[in-house]
Design a protein around this ligand. Structure first.
Ligand code: ATP
Ligand code: MG
Ligand code: FE
Length: 338
């Protein structure tokens, strides 16, 4: 079974060829970060134009490196949401055209589900039930993953996503885009105890998150210092904020582990690349005898390999998309559907 996976939901044009669910034959990522950097964030119009330009060459390179042609493929899997509509449309239309012309099935992939499946690229022995902490640029979810295609959303953010909050604070600190990696970098020289930013825990039993108040606390601290004519240490602010975000993520995750009794935690999404988050979870979980699994950083942020991997499991159960598949920018995480 050979799956071509395609991802174009935001600012990465990516394609990968995966054989039999475990053998990644090629993986090409064309990132637009340098294009969007000067605007401080992704500009949707520019993103879709860039996808249109890079789509066909990226797919061809993935096929060439895997030494396959369209005739060798079992199916084409493509992200159809959530994401930017113009960006998604490039991938969906392209994948549809290629699959139809090659007379092979098309598979529509939910980008969030694929972030979780990034864990299956390198781990072949994951035992259900699994708990997933999905922390990305647009989402922060705790998900009970009971089997392929069987999910229960236990909690999610009521306002900003963790990555979004990191990006916004980084922008205010003048650290550039994307902010998460910059916060991580400058935090190394900062004191995480320098500022006591609030930890929003919400109701005692809630597995939901809220990061916008924490973000505002940072902005207020900066503003009042500015009015006093004081200059605060950027590394200290960054380190203290990173610490606060990780603290909340870890505490809620531990609550979810206790409640569900799962033995394995999967990290997923761009913020899963964060070193402090990984190390803090690793330490707390070791004591509890819980296994922590996370993808290599390249598979945490947007990539085609995770789409191909999710596509493989859809292929196994014959879950194919109709030729009318369309981009769904606001696609939510699949609810329990067994
Ligand atoms: P979504 O998947 O929710 O639709 P997205 O695709 O834009 O959103 P991802 O590509 O999964 O999100 O992740 C991007 C986010 O990850 C950004 O907010 C970025 O700042 C953050 N990020 C990347 N690396 C790190 C890191 N090392 N530490 C913290 N955050 C990071
Ligand atoms: Mg991106
Ligand atoms: Fe993503």
């Amino acid at each position: 079974i050979i799956i071509l996976g395609i991802e174009t939901s935001c600012d990465e044009t990516s394609a990968a060829v995966l054989a039999d669910g475990t053998d990644l034959r090629s993986h090409v990522i064309s990132s637009q970060i340098s294009t969007h950097q000067k605007y401080g964030g992704v500009v949707p119009e520019i993103a879709s134009r860039e996808h249109s330009m890079h789509f066909r060459p990226v797919v061809q390179q993935a096929l060439d490196e895997a030494q396959v042609t369209f005739q060798d493929l079992s199916a084409i899997a493509v992200t159809y949401g959530p994401g930017l509509v113009g960006s998604l449309l490039v991938g969906v239309s392209g994948a549809k055209a290629m699959a139809y012309a090659s007379k092979i099935p098309l598979i529509g992939i939910n980008h969030l589900e694929a972030h979780i499946y990034a864990n299956f690229i390198q781990q072949k022995d994951l035992q259900f039930p699994l708990l997933a902490l999905l922390v990305s640029g647009g989402h922060t979810h705790l998900i009970l993953f009971e089997g392929h295609g069987k999910y229960e959303v236990l909690g999610y953010t009521r306002d900003d996503a963790a990555g979004e909050a990191l990006d916004k604070v980084a922008r205010t600190l003048g650290l550039g885009y994307p902010g998460g990696p910059q916060i991580q970098r400058v935090s190394q020289e900062g004191n995480p105890q320098a500022f006591k930013f609030p930890r929003a825990m919400l109701e005692a039993d809630s597995l939901d998150f809220s990061f916008s108040g924490m973000k505002s606390a940072v902005l207020n601290t900066l503003n009042s210092a500015r009015m006093r004519g004081e200059v605060l240490s950027v590394p200290d602010i960054a380190a203290s904020f990173q610490e606060a975000v990780v603290d909340v993520l870890v505490r809620k995750t531990l609550m979810a582990i206790k409640r569900t009794g799962v033995k394995t935690l999967l990290l997923a999404g761009g913020v899963a690349a964060n070193k402090l988050l990984r190390e803090t979870l690793e330490m707390s979980l070791l004591k509890l005898g819980i296994r922590l699994v996370y993808p290599e950083p390249i598979y945490c942020t947007d990539n085609g390999a995770m789409i191909a991997t999710a596509g493989y499991y859809h292929y196994l159960v014959g879950d194919f998309a109709p030729w009318t598949l369309n981009a769904v920018p606001g696609l939510s995480f699949p609810r329990l559907n067994n």
